[in-house]
Design a protein around this ligand. Structure first.
Ligand SMILES: [Zn+2]
Length: 67
């Protein structure tokens, strides 16, 4: 639940739209702030277009790996 709460905090925060614009313009991740240039496949890259989340954060927050 803790990681889900972090995701909710990011996407519901007042600065979300600004952070999203910055992340997209600098090709970084909206969650962790690291460069987001390498993606596993086209759907992961599309996900970045939508959410501005890097591959690692997509794996961590979006995919259900049963952890
Ligand atoms: Zn990230």
């Amino acid at each position: 639940m803790e990681k889900l709460q972090k995701l909710i905090d990011v996407i519901s925060g007042n600065s979300y739209h600004a952070n999203y614009a910055i992340a997209k313009s600098t090709t970084t991740c909206i969650i962790c702030g690291k460069p987001s240039r390498v993606f596993r496949d086209r759907s992961a890259r599309l996900e970045y277009d939508i959410s501005a989340m890097c591959q690692l954060c997509q794996d961590k927050y979006l995919r259900n790996n049963g952890d």
